[in-house]
Design a protein around this ligand. Structure first.
Ligand code: GAF
Length: 370
């Protein structure tokens, strides 16, 4: 008699945040879409006890973990962290073998980590028949990053990876963790270009945590729970109460960025792509001048995109490198790519890579029997 081994596969995408950067940990709004690049985790029951074996197709390596201890920032932590978070929440995950394969670019600001975490949560939910809710799946995935790896990221990326729908952007209210699907289907004469600026972004290097701490300190000075509580109309008075110039810049970014997310939703609902573009570029200027998270490669990509006829362009994701998005007339894509390549060469930057994307679907789980 052949034995039946059950195996579950979780597949979850990276994301592009259209607008709403560094607003998520301020209880604000974000508007991501899911990419057509995904992380895949194959989960099957392991041997004895609670041993977790994790392998990576890309790295060609594996680890065997007898005990899961939060704190170590290794490649396998995004996967082990989800097992740990599930166990911590009382779910009986015993010995398990987990195999990772992913085509989400690393360090591109496209949430490769959240894609891995969410794929792991989906696979384990399916394999162990946990029947987790969408919010539970997102929350154990986020816990892997925040509590197992100790990276203080907000709630956006995991919900984007899990909850996005094809042809829609996800308007996420990061205070209530409720979401609304906003139609996002580009007309054929418009293209969403993605520029890999060849300057990898890193969340674990301290810049991200410092931005977050600065927002929390400013919120305390203003006597609000989070900067979300400052409305755009209240901004001038709030800024006048801040004596620290850095706090002034950070608060101005967060409050105006929240307003831009809601304005972008209104523009999308009115089919006003020119207005969407202007909001994207304004968001970039705010990240550059007030939040101070851009770098010369991304600023140059935005400048060249706008000069090439883009309706708007901005860096997406945590910052300090990564990916620039440009909303571009489709007929200008080739000329933009050429102009950008030449501009990067003139500045001595590595050759950028330009691709295009559309709004894809969020994560799914599959059950396999063999
Ligand atoms: C990273 C974080 F993981 C998100 O939570 C978010 O803060 C983003 O940077 C910036 O908007 O992707």
């Amino acid at each position: 008699m052949t034995s039946m081994t059950s195996e579950a596969v979780g597949v979850s995408p990276g994301r592009v945040n259209l607008i709403g950067e560094h607003t998520d940990y301020n209880d604000g709004y974000v508007l991501p879409i899911a990419l057509d690049k995904t992380a895949r985790i194959s989960a099957s029951r392991g041997g004895e006890g609670d041993v977790v074996t994790i392998s990576s197709a890309q790295l060609g390596t594996s680890v065997v973990l007898d005990v899961l201890e939060p704190g170590e920032r290794a490649w396998w932590g995004y996967i082990a962290g989800v097992v740990w978070a599930l166990r911590d929440a009382g779910h009986p995950i015993g010995a398990i073998d987990l195999a990772l394969d992913s085509d989400v670019p690393l360090g591109g600001g496209l949430s490769s980590s959240a894609a891995i975490e969410c794929a792991t949560a989906l696979a384990l939910d399916q394999l162990a028949s946990l029947d987790l809710t969408p919010e539970q799946l997102a929350s154990v995935s986020q816990a892997a990053e925040n509590r197992f790896l100790g990276i203080p990221t907000g709630p956006m990326d995991q919900r984007a990876s899990l909850w996005c729908e094809a042809e829609h952007a996800l308007l996420l209210d990061c205070r209530t963790l409720t979401a609304r699907q906003i139609p996002f289907a580009l007309p054929t004469d418009l293209t969403l270009a993605l520029v890999d600026t060849r300057s990898p972004h890193v969340l674990a290097d301290g810049h991200y945590a410092r931005r977050r701490a600065s927002c929390e300190a400013a919120a305390a000075v203003l006597g609000v729970t989070a900067l979300r509580d400052v409305t755009i109309d209240e901004l001038p008075a709030a800024l006048a109460r801040l004596s620290d110039e850095e706090h002034v810049r950070r608060v101005r970014h967060v409050v105006t960025e929240n307003a831009r997310v809601l304005a972008t939703v209104a523009a999308l609902e009115a089919n006003d792509w020119a207005a969407v573009g202007e909001l994207l570029t304004a968001s970039h200027a705010s990240m550059r001048d007030d939040y101070e998270i851009t770098v010369p490669t991304v600023d140059l990509a935005v400048e060249v995109a706008v000069a090439s006829g883009a309706l708007g362009a901005r860096m997406t994701g945590g910052g300090f490198g990564g990916t620039v998005i440009a909303l571009l007339p489709t007929r200008e894509l080739q000329a933009f790519t050429t102009a950008l390549t030449q501009a990067y060469a003139r500045h001595g930057f590595d050759t950028p890579q330009v691709t295009t994307t559309r709004a894809c679907a969020g994560g799914i789980a599959l059950s396999l029997r063999r």
